[in-house]
Design a protein around this ligand. Structure first.
Ligand SMILES: Cc1cc2nc3c(=O)[nH]c(=O)nc-3n(C[C@H](O)[C@H](O)[C@H](O)COP(=O)(O)O)c2cc1C
Length: 168
């Protein structure tokens, strides 16, 4: 396993549009001692309720949602570009069908019991403070419902308090 160090949050310089939207991240959570992980490219970082927070948007159909719902803690791991094929794999295969983390040639590490992906280089360690189902949301742009939810596979927004940022 690699060694990760806490990174002071007030000195971090990242572009969240590039980091989440283009480089992607991996959400990891555990249930009954088993971890599951999936790729995300929608999410954000900011401040809410006087806390530093990160948000992710997880569809009802994702196996990872069961893990997020069962756990009070989760993580988002970010990677060097060379891991893009592993991230594509975690974003195409379901943990319901196979040990996808192993098959993506990745490993689960832990920070104070919180799971993350060891091959990453930057990690947000998060405490789940809210989950907001978006099925009753008002979408003012009609294209949102039409383009993203034609089959009713809605997102839940998970808001995590940033407990720690880790860097390798
Ligand atoms: C680049 C990329 C970004 C993705 N972003 C999201 C996302 O933000 N939210 C989501 O629910 N699914 C997203 N997905 C789809 C899930 O990663 C995918 O359905 C995954 O296989 C779910 O795995 P699971 O069933 O083990 O949870 C994304 C997939 C890719 C390839």
């Amino acid at each position: 396993m690699h060694t990760f160090q806490p990174y002071p949050i007030d000195t971090v310089e990242i572009n969240p549009f590039d980091l989440v939207g283009k480089r992607w991240g991996v959400v990891t959570a555990e249930k009954d001692g088993k971890a599951n992980a999936m790729t995300i490219s929608w999410g954000g970082m900011g401040c809410l309720w006087n806390k530093n927070v990160a948000t992710v948007y997880i569809r009802e159909s994702r196996y990872t949602k069961e893990f997020l719902d069962a756990s009070d803690i989760f993580s988002i791991t970010f990677f060097d570009e060379k891991f893009k094929s592993s991230l594509k794999y975690l974003g195409a295969v379901s943990g319901r069908d196979e040990d996808k983390i192993k098959n993506a040639r990745l490993n689960v590490n832990h920070y104070r019991g919180i799971p993350f992906i060891d091959e990453g280089n930057f990690v947000l360690i998060l405490r789940k403070i809210a989950s907001l189902p978006m099925d009753d949301a008002q979408y003012y742009d009609p294209n949102i419902q039409k383009n993203f939810y034609p089959d009713g596979d809605m997102h839940t927004q998970y808001i995590g308090e940033v407990l720690e940022m880790l860097a390798r």
